[in-house]
Design a protein around this ligand. Structure first.
Ligand code: SAM
Length: 778
């Protein structure tokens, strides 16, 4: 999304008529991009035409391993043939097709825009399937080009990965999939608190013991440690906030508002984020697994793209652009630009061929208004263009404070917005540009960077001790600390960056991993998360969970934590992998602004505890001893737990049992057929895992093992998955929603008629965890 801000759907589309070419145009946009020669002259009309067309729906199968095959099979062999036979107003409909450049056929191009999907009954059914599978996290409705950066990053399960600007999290989900099962760590970060929580929600669909979510300003992302050493990353994604004009097909409101100041205003923040990424990249590497950074935007503007990359390469020595022309060979792309001209002012003044020329012109001009405390009109535009108030203030100050021949000039432009003299040496053509008309997508920019020489470097000279407070940000991205602290932080950061770039030039003799960074000791601003405390592996509740589930000795019980200072399991127990544990133990959670880590594995069971209370009420000796506080396996934690569960303790069911458990909330044990009836009847009450084995059962077939958490009470059982997950399961295997909730919805639909039915699907879609927010916006 443009600059990553949440925008109401209505705000984006209300005033624009797609059929009115005038409304879908902007003189400044055309003047600016024509002058930049982003495309050969003869492609310009096709480019503009494509920008005015609705963006086709695309989605990605985002499930864990086996489920990927199940869903691909359902789409290919069930839905596609149905849609091939379908007609709308007598005409054949476009049929979903795999996106040619996406590996393993896991991403699909639906062919119809979202609104049109519901006009044909066949598509409506397919749409419903997409809605349910999206809800349970098996499908991510994501813009095609937004799927690119994780593919270029090439992440593997053992990597340490940093996703600097991650919300709402569609690319983070791709990274999580690539790290399945994770032995490394993925830190997904976003500076906006609300969006960081949305990120947690998105990631909860692919629970991972290797994930941490933080809420920091990426441009000052702090030094973290792991095993007493600085934590450096194998792969870093900098999918930075941008003006977002590559999303014009979807966010048509941008047509009316577009001006070059948006991009100008973001350049400095984008550069600082990329420099921070470079600072955090690992040195050592295997030849076939070199650490890399992917810098990406959904903007077409060279000031936000090549200019940022060029400035970063020139300011942090030792990096180069990677030639990725062999990666994703079916992706139609254009090379990065080596010349461009930034626009000065809202009305696309392209008169200045260099920064020096621009400054000279300003100085020569005696007629312009004097700089004011708040900045001139053009400087105020920069405030609007910058990502947050603070950053904008920086831009204005930088402008006012810039000097030519010792004299202050009014200037909000930066030298780095112009092409540097050495563009030829930087191989900017290695950047990847994707335009809408090339393969019916949005516009996008990707650059892949790596260290030129990956060998470890020298121990840098000792650094001054700098106390750098952590940035605290409100949900709107503005910071909330007092001005004096702010100044101190900025001073500290400048000093820090100065040292940082000096270090980068140090010749290499000794392993850099011993390098230290300034520690932050002061936490500023509000941070209201509960503490993270690792639980003793001998805690009675941990013991009881391990014993009841018959977990193997390899189960990492030391990696279980709770969200209270005492370390007592009260409501939930979370599991992280070894690497995440190390990082959590070595860095204060407030310093990291850690808002989530790992996967919720066990939850206190209300069913079990109700039974305990009932027994107490009936006068049975039932003390509130910890052993009797029942914890159960949670659906979201099951995948992480499976490898440790003794297979003997897993119940086995078939399709009949699955059907019964979907059709009723609490089917009675006595109603099941043998041998399941006897087996379940003998089980003491408590938490279990049930496996539905693959096989053909009449007209239904299960192609893979399906493991689900089950609660056994004295006389009945209950699948412990939420009702949406039950509906998705039911639709996937039985072709209809046989659940209690599904039957009730169908009945309501029947009663209320077709018109309201459409409205209900619309609601379902919006419930889809944030609608547009989760469907990727960048
Ligand atoms: C283009 S969006 C990222 C989209 C995301 N990568 C995805 O695939 O879903 C940019 C994000 O950067 C965040 N952001 C803006 N300024 C930031 C900063 N200084 N540090 C970290 N995140 C920032 C915004 O809140 C926004 O969520």
């Amino acid at each position: 999304m443009a600059r990553g801000k949440k925008k109401g759907k209505r705000a984006q589309t209300r005033h624009i008529d797609r059929n009115n070419e005038l409304e879908m145009s902007n003189e400044r946009f055309e003047k600016y991009y024509k002058a930049q020669q982003i495309l050969p002259e003869d492609e310009w009309d096709a480019f503009l035409d494509a920008l005015r067309q609705p963006l086709p729906s695309t989605f990605r199968i985002a499930a864990h391993r086996q489920m990927k095959d199940v869903l691909t099979d359902a789409i290919k062999n069930k839905f596609v043939p149905q849609l091939e036979a379908a007609r709308l107003d007598g005409e054949p409909l476009p049929v979903p097709k795999p996106i040619p450049w996406y590996p393993d056929g896991l991403a699909w191009h639906v062919g119809l825009a979202k609104k049109e999907l519901k006009r044909s009954p066949e598509y409506k059914k397919f749409h419903e399937f997409l809605v349910y599978e999206t809800e349970v996290g098996n499908i991510s409705r994501q813009e095609a080009v937004s799927m690119l950066p994780p593919l270029f990053l090439d992440v593997r399960p053992h990597h340490s990965v940093l996703d600097l600007c991650a919300a709402p999290g569609s690319k983070t989900s791709q990274l999580l999939e690539a790290m399945d099962p994770p032995t490394g760590i993925l830190i997904a970060n976003d500076s906006d608190q609300k969006r960081a929580h949305l990120l947690v929600h998105t990631c909860s669909r692919l629970p991972s013991s290797g994930l941490m979510v933080t809420n920091l300003d990426a441009s000052v992302f702090p030094a973290l440690k792991c095993k007493e050493r600085p934590l450096k990353f194998d792969k870093i994604l900098a999918d930075v906030p941008c003006s977002g004009d590559g999303t014009l097909r979807k966010n048509i409101g941008i047509w009316a508002k577009w001006n070059p100041l948006e991009g100008n205003g973001l350049h400095s923040l984008q550069l600082r984020i990329l420099q921070r990424a470079m600072r955090n990249l690992k040195y050592d590497a295997a030849p076939d697994d070199r650490p890399r950074i992917v810098y990406s935007t959904c903007s077409l503007n060279p000031v936000e793209n090549e200019a940022v990359v060029a400035a970063a390469l020139n300011s942090v020595p030792g990096f180069e652009l990677v030639d990725v022309s062999d990666t994703l060979p079916s992706l139609i792309r254009r090379p990065g630009m080596s010349s461009w001209r930034p626009a000065v002012g809202r009305d696309v003044d392209l008169s200045y061929s260099s920064y020096e020329e621009y400054c000279a012109a300003l100085e020569a001009s005696a007629t312009g208004p004097a700089p004011t405390k708040d900045g001139t009109e053009t400087e105020k535009e920069a405030i609007k263009g910058a990502d947050n108030a603070d950053n904008a203030e920086d831009e204005v100050k930088k402008g006012v404070e810039n000097r030519t021949n010792g004299r202050p000039v009014r200037n909000k432009m930066l030298k780095t917005q112009w092409p540097p003299e050495n563009t030829g040496d930087l191989h900017l053509e290695r950047c990847v540009r994707v335009y809408p008309h090339l393969q019916d997508t949005g516009g996008f920019f990707v650059a892949v960077l790596q260290r030129r020489d990956p060998s470890p470097r020298a121990v840098p000279p000792p650094k001054p001790e700098v106390k750098r407070p952590i940035e605290a940000q409100g949900s709107n991205g503005t910071k909330s600390r007092p001005a004096a602290e702010e100044r101190a932080a900025k001073k500290a950061k400048l000093l820090h960056d100065e040292v940082e770039f000096k270090d980068a030039e140090c010749p290499s003799t000794v392993d850099a991993r011993v390098e230290e960074e300034p520690e932050t000791t002061e936490i500023v601003g509000t941070f209201k998360e509960d503490p993270y405390t690792f639980v003793s592996p001998n805690d009675p509740i941990v013991q009881s969970c391990v014993e009841k589930m018959i977990l193997s000795d390899t189960f990492p019980r030391s990696n279980l934590y709770v969200r209270n200072a005492a370390g007592t399991p009260i409501r939930s127990l979370y599991l992280v992998n070894n690497m995440v544990r190390e990082v959590m133990l070595q860095t204060d959670y407030k310093r990291m602004r850690l808002i989530s880590a790992g996967v919720k594995l066990f939850g206190r069971s209300e069913l079990g505890n109700t039974r305990r209370k009932r027994k107490q009420a009936e006068g049975e000796t039932a003390s509130a001893s910890v052993e009797q506080v029942e914890f159960r396996v949670l659906h979201e934690g099951l995948l992480a737990l499976l490898q440790y569960i003794d297979q003997e303790s897993v119940l086995i069911g078939g399709v009949k049992e699955l059907r019964a458990m979907l059709e009723a909330y609490y089917p009675l044990c006595s109603t099941f057929e043998e041998p399941f009836r006897t087996r379940i009847g003998k089980c003491p009450s408590g938490s279990y895992v049930i496996r539905f084995a693959p096989g053909d059962y009449g007209h239904v077939s299960l192609s893979h093992d399906l493991f689900l958490p089950l609660w056994k009470s004295e006389v009945s059982v209950s699948l412990m998955i939420d009702k949406r997950a039950k509906s998705a399961l039911s639709l996937r295997f039985f072709g209809e929603d046989i659940t209690v909730a599904g039957r009730q919805t169908a009945k309501r639909r029947e009663e209320k008629g077709a018109k309201e039915e459409d409205a209900m699907i619309e609601v379902d879609e919006n419930v889809d965890a944030g609608g547009d927010e989760v469907e990727d916006v960048s």
